[in-house]
Design a protein around this ligand. Structure first.
Ligand code: FES
Ligand SMILES: [Fe+2]
Length: 461
């Protein structure tokens, strides 16, 4: 495969209706994306980054069926605490109900569709729509509506509660939601191998983790996959893209020594599309001095094992498919919210160990801001690259010239030390794994293509 156009629609089955009314077949046709991604051969067609039809299909077949990060447990202390976010482009309220369960609802009034909660976060007893005043309780039930006597006698407010995300699960403080009620569990979706790498970040402290302050949000002119894929697979760009930042951080001001610049390390690729990479050279770490001095490394070696302390606990990168990424070294957790094929909104939190003293937490927060905050010395470099790729993507010839993901092809294996399939640190293995999973989901009908709307199912049962 060298070049290709976006394939014609309707090679897969059309999508049946999710709501009460059937949608015309023409609105639900799906593309077969097989010719756009050759994961084994390491070739990608650029139209997956800017084609409107591909993007709409991603909403239906990636974001409406994958585990998506919603919020961190520490954001909810008492019933009524809420946080608003997105699953794909669907607006979502995440809240704690009276029984202290975390629930998630579509943030859209069942009357005419206005968002029933416009605040970023807060605490409430009811979500009251500002258009006509329909009010929903913490269980998502429609509790009061003005002028209800004007509706037919058999009209039941119970039929018009907020649409609930049927599947909300948590892994060590990270709360994820999935629109597929029968999806593989979050735990199984991560798999023992991804959990091994993730725990090197979120399971250092027996007390667990918490997020500091609010969420940093900024928009970039780039497709969401450019960021997700980079965090899964790309240590390769570090020396070049971040050369100036590395100079600033190096003790000599001249940049890292050659043995650090070409550090050994491993890259993990999951069968579910997740990816993580980390250097293993003992000096290849860029953590904040205060945080480094705080840690009891003997304790951590006992808790996590030497291999994790010397590898994935340090200066690594990772993506949990499709759109949640993290950086262990500075406590950054982030979502790449899709905002159309050509735009993403980055939402980033600072995650710290709960037991850290306040001054250490603050040191981590400041280090996070300086390096990977919206104007951080590393973050700005990455966003510039993604926007550059997107800026030229409308060119016809450009859009028909394949991209290369061939580094390290054939090097993936079980290395006997780090679990799962791994490759060299400098490799596109996890990128190929990311797009292998993307292609599989894009070409497989989702739950809503064979069932009716989840809330309607629930209400009837
Ligand atoms: S749109 Fe919400 S009450 Fe009318
Ligand atoms: Fe980077």
């Amino acid at each position: 495969m060298t070049t290709s156009q976006v394939p014609e629609a309707s090679t897969c089955a059309p999508t049946p209706p999710v709501g009460q009314l059937p949608r015309p077949k023409e609105m639900t046709q799906m593309l077969d994306v097989s010719s756009l991604v050759d994961a084994d051969g390491g070739l990608i067609e650029r139209s997956i980054y800017n084609d409107e039809r591909i993007y709409k299909q991603e909403m239906a077949r990636i974001f409406a069926r994958s585990w998506l990060f919603l919020a961190h447990r520490s954001q909810f202390k008492k019933p009524g605490d809420f946080f608003t976010t997105y699953m794909g482009e669907d607006p979502i309220i995440v809240t704690m109900d009276k029984k202290k369960n975390i629930r998630a609802y579509l943030n859209s009034c069942r009357h005419r569709g206005v968002r029933v909660c416009r605040a970023d976060a807060g605490s409430t007893k009811m979500f009251t729509c500002t258009y006509h005043g329909w009010a929903y309780n913490l269980d998502g039930e429609l509790q009061t509506i003005p002028n209800q006597q004007a509706y037919p006698d058999d009209w039941n407010p119970k039929d018009w509660g907020l649409v609930e995300v049927p599947n909300v699960q948590e892994y060590k403080g990270l709360i994820f939601g999935n629109w597929d009620a029968d999806a593989m569990s979050l735990s199984d979706s991560l798999g023992d191998d991804m959990k091994y790498y993730l725990d090197a970040f979120i399971d250092r402290d027996p007390e667990g983790t918490e997020v500091l302050g609010g969420v940093m949000k900024w928009t970039l002119d780039g497709n969401w996959k450019l960021a997700a894929e980079q965090f899964a697979t790309d240590w390769y760009h570090v020396n070049m893209s971040h050369a100036s930042a590395l100079m600033v951080l190096s003790p000599t001001g001249k940049g890292p020594k050659p043995e650090i610049a070409s550090t050994p390390g491993r890259q993990f690729t999951s069968e579910h599309g997740h990816g993580a990479g980390f250097p293993t050279h003992p000096k290849s770490r860029f953590d904040a001095q205060t945080v480094h001095e705080y840690y009891d490394y003997d304790f951590l070696r006992e808790r996590l094992g030497d291999d994790r302390v010397e590898g994935p606990m340090t200066t690594g990168h990772a993506t949990i498919f499709p759109s949640f990424s993290y950086l262990p070294v500075n406590g950054s957790i982030r979502i790449w919210h899709p905002k159309g094929p050509n735009k993403m909104e980055v939402w980033a939190w600072v995650l710290v160990d709960k037991s850290m003293p306040e001054d250490v937490k603050n040191a981590q927060r400041l280090y996070n801001l300086r390096t990977f905050g919206p104007s951080g010395i590393f973050e700005a470099d990455d966003g510039e690259n993604w926007s550059e790729i997107q800026a030229i993507s409308e060119g016809f010839i450009t859009n028909n010239t394949s991209l290369n993901f061939q580094m390290g092809i054939g090097n993936e294996h079980e290395d006997g030390t780090y679990p799962g399939t791994t490759s060299e640190l400098y490799s596109d293995a996890a990128g190929r794994g990311f797009y292998r999973q993307w292609t599989k989901l894009m070409n497989t009908p989702a739950w809503h293509e064979t069932k009716t709307r989840p809330a309607a199912d629930k209400e009837e049962n």
